[in-house]
Design a protein around this ligand. Structure first.
Ligand code: ADP
Ligand code: ZN
Ligand code: ZN
Length: 863
């Protein structure tokens, strides 16, 4: 078979723990995300592989007619199966198992918690480069079985087909195995014939598992002999061999291995010259495995720890104490923008490393700028691996490999870096913990914060959740009896720098005064002033593409659902307004139901329009626009920010991207074009998101010596999220918002699960959704009866309700109709278990009718 064993066993690497008993059978989860395969299968560990197979190994195993990738999730001395029926593991895919027992166990937890297949959870933990790639080969039948002897003469005659067929057989026999596509290239016209030969069993198809990507290899040159002899040897060279002489003298002085490319480049010699010396036996050219390092050649000036401010000291002391005691604690570090959270992170990491443990730092993808990376690299140097989606697949893979090989002890990355396969984890930091990007929107629909807490608990590690605007869920966990999180507060900016002054501008007043531009008079003047003083401005325009709300520009009235306390969504195609919680539909209003004005209209302004208007109002203004259109290219985001930093732009205009973590000394003005765009999203978190966004963006101004000023333009100046944001008053906001959540019955007062159904036929999806809801309700009825009969502690706190089904806010995607149910629950109820069982009843329909059911536990997006 086309195995890759030879490449696998490198004698320089030691086997796991040496052969030992208890490794005879392996329990393997295979790469087939289906209910029937969502359990471990037993395989024999062949003696020659025993030393290489560990819990967390990736292996190739026979499964039915195929070879599949799988993960070893257990090893045992005995098996519950008939050992004679078990098949052996065929391949071990990595020298070092990519996962470890803790992560394997975590995958089991994820599968239960997020109602997904275990393989889906396991796959989420490894970089894309390691996802299985199956390669198909053809081989001559009898040879594929391992009997390479040619058939006896007579039989060969009997089997012989056409001359074309013989030619193919001979070719394959000579090569051993041939990739399918190579076969078709070699014999382009023989497609049907090949198929027949496969059907008749003359040829067989074999499949192997390969990585999508391999370690990068580079040619290195080094002296073959003692470098001290090279000077002497160089004297023996012919006078004309000047280049060869130089090269030998170079190695005499610098004997360490150099990449061939670097050598030819620096010393200006041809590869031929190097080869000639290698042929003479003086130099060696060897292939070496290297890491693709996205930061290669960049040096980071070392920074020393700063003396902490008093507030930083307080926060650090608590974290340090837990670290020192190796106690699992979760801290919520609530620090205003510019309070110096990063320095607290850095010093906590330092302590963790000093204790010989490892740290993970999670940062929202969008904030993972070179500036951010530099802050960590300049403190911890090469001990830091960086993982984000803007790296190439190869770079990501290599950064990740450094973890398994123990080359690094700090990982900084976006959401999936939470799975960094460290074994001595001491600290996990989640910066901007309120960010919704920590939730993965495709299966497994995990939240990095929840996973982090799980992992930390298994390691006795500390979790630090940092934010200027903590999520309500996290904040609620810091108070009350048995609160699982501890609150640390840093209320002031470093060095007593003031938070910027915030002005709320009532856009209704602007309209009344005859100003129809998107810039209020105040903001206009402020921009003009900045242009004059050569200071910089950040403008935020937040707009979602597909749906929006209808608002009256005269009075600020927003069309709401009379039953749900949520703004109705405008659907352009049908020109209707819909509530996506209860399904209410009504026609688009022609005049404002509140003030009769005709200025009621579909609301929304694109960044491009703002850019145009800026150009008209301020001729010559240099605008750097940052939105999905201008940042889709690799590196574009960073290029634009660098341009702004170098003051090649007066205004940075963009969507949420401009609100996060940026730190520019000359930004003294921040303008929010319309604060309402988020506020009226049909989402119970709309007020929270508005408050967070406004606070974050306001935090971009006046972070250094120049004081900052912020303008928030809005049609609803009295809304509490806007008012409190303008006063930087998180405490007041959270009190109001918690109250509102309690009244409406939303998190943190209950938990949510969103179940979405989709199908090409609307009747089918409605039927399935209704039947699902009914089954789930019945299940609860039965459970509640049981609960009542035991009436243990917490019984009165239990609550469970299924809402819907209703049409999803985006009722059709790619010709599939979508309906959803919302489950609200509280207390000790095994909702994941109930959902798993209920979903199992739909397996047939899912398979045969292509019904799709998505279960989102603790959803962040309700669309
Ligand atoms: P946050 O993440 O809380 O918004 P930062 O960590 O970006 O704040 O810190 C804001 C600024 O204060 C940065 O320029 C940082 O270098 C500086 N800073 C942080 N801690 C100290 C300190 N102890 N002494 C002096 N400057 C500090
Ligand atoms: Zn009105
Ligand atoms: Zn409604």
């Amino acid at each position: 078979m086309a195995g890759r064993e030879s490449a696998l066993y490198d004698e320089t690497l030691l086997p796991l723990d040496g052969p030992e008993p208890g490794r005879r059978y392996a329990q393997v989860i295979v790469d087939v995300p289906a209910k029937q395969t969502n359990r471990p299968f037993d395989y024999i560990v062949p003696p020659e592989l025993e030393a290489w197979v560990g819990v967390g190994s990736r292996v190739g195993v026979p499964f039915g007619p195929r070879t599949l990738q799988g993960f070893v999730v257990g090893l045992s001395e005995s098996t519950g199966m008939d050992p004679r029926k078990l098949k052996p593991i065929e391949q071990v895919l990595d020298l070092v198992p990519p996962l470890n027992p803790e992560l394997v166990d975590l995958a089991r937890w994820m599968s239960r918690t997020y109602v997904c297949h275990e393989i889906t959870a396991l796959q989420a933990m490894i970089p894309g480069a390691l996802k299985a790639k199956y390669e198909k080969y053809v081989a001559v039948a009898e040879e594929a079985d391992g009997h390479s002897a040619p058939p006896p003469e007579g039989q060969a005659l009997l089997l012989a087909g056409s001359p074309e067929e013989d030619e193919i057989t001979a070719f394959v026999r000579q090569k051993g195995t041939v990739p399918m596509d190579a076969m078709l290239r070699r014999f382009p016209a023989a497609g049907p014939l090949l198929k027949r030969m496969l059907e008749r069993g003359v040829l067989v198809e074999v499949q192997t598992v390969k990585d999508r990507l391999n370690a990068k290899k580079v040619l290195y040159v080094e002296p073959a002999a003692d470098p001290r002899t090279l000077t002497e040897e160089s004297g023996k060279l012919a006078a004309g061999a000047k280049r060869q002489k130089e090269l030998l003298l170079h190695f005499a002085a610098h004997p360490s291995p150099v990449p061939l490319a670097e050598l030819t480049d620096k010393l200006n010699v041809g590869a031929g010259t190097v080869k000639a010396l290698a042929d003479k036996g003086w130099l060696t050219i060897r292939e070496r495995e290297v890491f693709r390092d996205p930061y290669a050649g960049r040096s980071f000036a070392r920074t020393e720890p700063l003396p902490l401010t008093e507030q930083q000291r307080g926060a650090f002391a608590a974290i340090s104490d837990a670290l020192g005691a190796e106690r699992h604690d979760v801290f919520l570090l609530h620090g205003v923008t510019g309070s110096g959270k990063t320095e607290v992170y850095l010093q906590s990491i330092q302590q963790c490393l000093d204790q010989g443990r490892e740290a993970i730092v999670l940062v929202p993808e969008i904030s993972l700028t070179p500036q951010m990376v530099e802050r960590f690299k300049s403190r911890f140097g090469d001990a830091v691996a960086v993982m984000h989606s803007r790296l190439s697949q190869g770079e990501r893979y290599d950064e990740w490999r450094k973890i398994g090989l123990k080359r690094v002890s700090v990982v900084i990355g976006a959401r999936s870096a939470v799975f960094a396969p460290f074994t001595k984890l001491g600290l996990i930091i989640i910066d901007e913990e309120h960010e919704s990007s920590y939730k993965q929107e495709e299966s497994p629909k995990y939240h990095a914060r929840e996973v982090a807490v799980q992992r930390a608990a298994r390691h006795g590690a500390v979790v630090v959740l940092g934010s200027a605007t903590p999520s309500l869920e996290s904040f609620a966990r810091t108070s009350g009896r048995g609160a699982p999180y501890r609150l640390l507060t840093m209320a002031d900016r470093v060095e007593g720098r003031p938070l910027p002054a915030v002005r709320i501008v009532d856009l209704r007043e602007e309209l009344k005064a005859g100003n129809r531009s998107m810039f209020s008079r105040g903001l206009y003047k402020a921009i003009e002033e900045r242009l004059h003083k050569k200071e910089q401005t950040v403008l935020l325009l937040n707009r979602r593409g597909y749906s929006t709300f209808v608002m009256c520009r005269s009075c600020g009235y927003v069309v709401q659902c009379p039953h749900c306390d949520i703004s109705l969504t405008y659907h352009q195609v049908s020109r209707t307004m819909r509530c996506h919680y209860c399904g209410l539909t009504q026609p688009e209003p022609k005049t404002c139901p509140s003030c009769d004005s005709e200025h009621i209209r579909f609301f929304g302004t694109g960044t491009q329009r703002v850019e145009e208007e800026l150009g008209k109002l301020f001729p010559g203004i240099r605008v750097i626009r940052m939105d999905v259109d201008t940042t889709s290219e690799k590196g574009a985001h960073e290029r634009l920010l660098t341009k702004f930093r170098n003051k090649q732009g007066d205004v940075l205009l963009g969507t949420q991207m401009v609100a996060k973590g940026l730190d520019f000394p000359d930004v003294t003005l921040v303008g929010v074009i319309a604060a309402d765009t988020v506020l009226h999203l049909p989402d119970f978190r709309a007020a929270e998101k508005t408050f967070q966004l406004l606070t974050q963006v306001a935090g971009r101004a006046g972070r250094h010596r120049l004081p900052g000023e912020v303008f928030i333009q809005t049609y609803t100046p009295d809304h509490y999220s806007i008012e409190h944001a303008s006063r930087h008053d998180y405490g007041a906001f959270i009190a109001t918002e918690l109250d509102s959540r309690r009244q409406r019955g939303y998190p943190p007062y209950c938990e949510l699960v969103l179940v979405t159904f989709s199908h090409e036929q609307v009747a089918m999806v409605v039927r399935a959704a209704e039947s699902f809801a009914t089954r789930l309700k019945e299940k609860w009825q039965r459970m509640r009866t049981e609960f009542d009969s035991v009436s243990g502690a917490g019984a009165e706190d239990r609550y469970f309700e299924v809402y819907g089904p209703v049409a999803s806010p985006i009722p059709r995607i790619k010709d599939r109709y979508r309906f959803q149910c919302m489950v609200k629950y509280r207390g000790d109820v095994d909702v994941s278990g109930m959902l798993t069982e209920t979903a199992a009843a739909f397996d047939e329909t899912v398979r045969q009718e292509k019904l799709h059911i998505s279960i989102d536990v603790n959803p962040q997006v309700l669309m």
